[in-house]
Design a protein around this ligand. Structure first.
Ligand SMILES: [Zn+2]
Length: 262
């Protein structure tokens, strides 16, 4: 676990799982706002970080375990508004429900609740604009601080050249969202798995170009009658590390199919 600072942002870098130390999660805390809560498997380490921060608002980028795993703990220990995509509100509210007996045992009233993102999240120094960015998941939201040029991108960026997708990922949604992001002014991407990407805007443009051209090539091959297996062999002949590390949750096949099925 490593603490880093970038401009006014506190960053906690931690392995996504103690057994997979190569893959990291980056948690961001800025002026009272915690962006995502990290995986529950890192509970002990993360609690230490959370206790050192004065968390006043929580912004959830999307509902994968490594982003919401510690949400319940945060809700139980801070009285905060938790913002998420409208779609995710009912599920997350079930998760943060405080058992009734807690009120009897503690003088502190915990009244954390999950609500849909407002138009902007205000803090004393900054404002954060939530931008719906489906692609990695349908409930994904990025946060833009327009004056600083920061874009908190959850799992939307990760790499400009993905070769594998999970079942929930959609290349058509990625392309739409990347075109939408292109209209905003930002410079630095704060990625949940890659950390600070100083030339973030340029990297997002590369991702858009790559996804558009790859999708085009895959559609051409598919229309010519090549099978998925042949297309994979032609486009991505080498095994991808994430495919092995994720035990098949992320595959080249999901990526190829997403190109021509939508
Ligand atoms: Zn994710």
């Amino acid at each position: 676990m490593k603490k880093i600072n970038y401009e006014e942002i506190n960053i906690q870098k931690i392995a996504v799982h103690p057994f997979y130390r190569m893959m990291k999660v980056y948690l961001y805390f800025v002026d009272g706002v915690l962006v995502d809560t990290g995986p529950s498997v890192q509970r002990r380490n993360l609690i230490r970080a959370f206790r050192s921060w004065d968390i006043r608002q929580v912004a959830i980028t999307h509902c994968h375990e490594d982003h919401i795993g510690m949400l319940q703990w945060v809700a139980n220990n801070f009285s905060v508004n938790i913002y998420s995509h409208t779609k995710a509100v009912p599920t997350l509210n079930k998760q943060v429900k405080i058992p009734w007996y807690r009120g009897l045992l503690s003088s502190h009233r915990y009244d954390s609740k999950v609500i849909p993102y407002p138009d902007t999240i205000q803090t004393s120094k900054f404002e954060f604009l939530p931008i719906e960015t489906p692609g990695h998941s349908s409930d994904h939201v990025c946060l833009l601080e327009p004056n600083k040029g920061w874009l908190f991108s959850g799992d939307f960026y990760v790499t400009p050249y993905p070769k594998v997708f999970s079942k929930g990922e959609s290349i058509a949604s990625y392309i739409d969202s990347l075109q939408k992001l292109g209209q905003y002014n930002f410079k630095t991407v704060l990625c949940a798995h890659e950390g600070v990407v100083p030339n973030g805007k340029e990297m997002m443009e590369r991702k858009l170009d790559y996804l558009q051209s790859t999708r085009y090539k895959v559609i051409q091959l598919h229309q010519k009658g090549y099978t998925d297996k042949e297309i994979i062999k032609f486009m991505f002949p080498e095994k991808v590390k994430l495919e092995l590390m994720s035990f098949g949750s992320f595959t080249r096949l999901n990526f190829i199919r997403s190109c021509y099925q939508e």
